[in-house]
Structure formats: C-alpha cells, structure tokens
Design a protein. Sequence first.
Length: 362
Amino acid sequence: MRITKISVTGLFGMFDHEIPLNQESRITIVHGPNGVGKTVLMRMVHGLFHFGYTRIAFTPYDEFRIDFDCGNHLKISTDSGEFPSHPRLLIFCRDGLGSDSTSYSPIATGLPFAEQGEKIREQLSGYWRLGSDGQPYHPDEIFRNESDGSYVKLQTIIEQDSALETHLYGRPPDWFARLKQNSTTCLIETQRLLVSRIDDSVIPGSDFLPPGAEPVFTLDKFAIEEVSESFADRVNSFPDELLLFEELINQRLLFKTISIGVEGISITAEDGTLVQPSELSSGEQHLMTLYHQLLFEIEPDTLVMIDEPELSMNVVWQRNFLNDLQRIVELRKFDVLIATHSPMIIHDKWDWMVALGEKVDD
C-alpha cells in the first residue's frame, strides 16, 4: 500500500502544507525556506510508522493527514484535554483500515506525566539522569549511559525498549498493526551517513544538555567499512543491484575504480594501488553509503524520505542525483520524498517539485 499524499494544517500555528506524491515517477521534491517544516513533517510521517509518537504529539499543528492509494486515509490530531502540557495523540481512519471512524490514542496522557515516572525510573537503571529528579520526565531530556559514557535522549531510550514503549503508549490495535505491515517509511537524514557522526539522540545546544557536556561521536550503522564487508554475501543474491551500484559509483568517482566480486568490494587508484574504503573522502563515503542503503536496505513500496541529499555532494553529483535515483527506483520499486534547497538537485525535474511556504521569503 503506497502513500499518495501528506498534508498538515496549522503547522507551528502558521503553515498549511499539502504534498501530493508523484505516483508515476515515484519521486517527489519539496523545496522551501528554512523554518517552514520540511524536516519536521518528514519526522512526523516516519514517527507514525515507527513508534515515534512523541515527535508527533509535541509538534504544534491542527491536523496531520496521510492518504493511501487504496482510497483510505489517516487523520491525526492532538487533544490536550485537562493537561495542556500532556498532549494526547488521536488517530482516525477511514473505512477499510479498520472499523468505521476508528480512533486510537497511543499516548494516553503523553510525556511527561507524573503517574508514569516510577515506571520510567525502573527502566533507567543503566542511565544517569542529568536533570533534577524533582522535575517530570520529558522526551528530549538527556541521560548519560553509564556503560559507555554516551548521552542519549529519553525518547531514544524508550524507542529501544519495547516493554517500556508498550507501557507508555499502549499496544496498537490490530487494524493499525496491519496498516504498518503494508505501508512503511524510511527516513534518511543524510548528514548522519558519514562514518563519524554526532549520536542522533544528542542535539548540541539543547536545553537538556548540561553545561560543559560534550557530544559523543559514534559509528553509523552504514559506516563505509560495513558497506564494504556486506558485498561478499550479496554477489549471488542481488546481481542487478550490484551491477547498478558498481556502474553508478564508477560514474561519479574520479581517479578511482570500484569492482565487486565474491571477496567483496575493491577500490583501485589510477596507479593501480588499492584504496581502503576508510581512505575515501567524506563525500565519496557519503555517496557510497547512501546508494548502498537505497539499493540493498529498502523494501518495495516503502516511502523513503531524504533530507538535503546535496550535503557532501559536488555540483556534478547534485545535477546527476535524480537520474541516478530514478534508475534505483525503477529497479527497487519504492517511493521517494526529497527535501532540498539546491536547484542543482532539482535540475530539469521542476515538474516533480512541490513548493512549501513559497510566500515566506517575499
């Protein structure tokens, strides 16, 4: 089941956005000034399908809607009830996804809430709370992992603990579970694809990061070393994907050539010397990890949302990106929503673009 349209009204109390997804090309581009909610909207869509409910409930908006190609749609809204700081997330479905006008509240009273404090505390034995224990918990609050010294958000801890997540959000009804089995998303915030990155649970400058605390750098799961090691097991399973990956990367790299065989990937410089994957430039690593994820990690009919793919790409790569992406999409059969500021990324595909907040910069 494919998503056909994403829309929101009253985002930040200011914006109404409607994004119809191109069903024929399967690639849609959103373009607009900073601050109109491009990234926030992507995170809301992804959060709905991946239990990131607080990301939806704590974002100011009136109504958030997702339409599907079967004619059904979801409507999502928040209701503060008696507790303005404790929003409740309400999901309504149209006929076909469940019973008529089914409603669902995955966050009964939201986070933070006092009556759940003890349950949260029980699950955090391996974490040191940086804030005051007298304050209610907040999803963006930062905790220190005592085992490795890293800093993580409470929301990240919850998403990694299914028992705690179920206790706080409740179990999804059968119709919603079935919907998520038939329709899913992938969010690629491209700046995270470098080998070294700031842990995505830490936001430098956050009010919840204590004075003097340093962000911790970790290895990304799509680090270039793991990309390299993965190919030896995929020579027989993904022959078409391997050929396309090799072709596209060799078209983009300068002074180097990659080849893939039963022993994995090898990279050769013009003088014949072997190049280790970790010796590639950050831009080259970025491109290889991104194309690797798109070709080998994404299931058909997934909505892949890519935030600012132009980061680390030179002008030539940007101009050719949509052509490369189109060939990948034709092979793997998923949908793509791209948020970009770059006219070079759009290049000659302006008919694929949806402008958001176009009057803001006037």
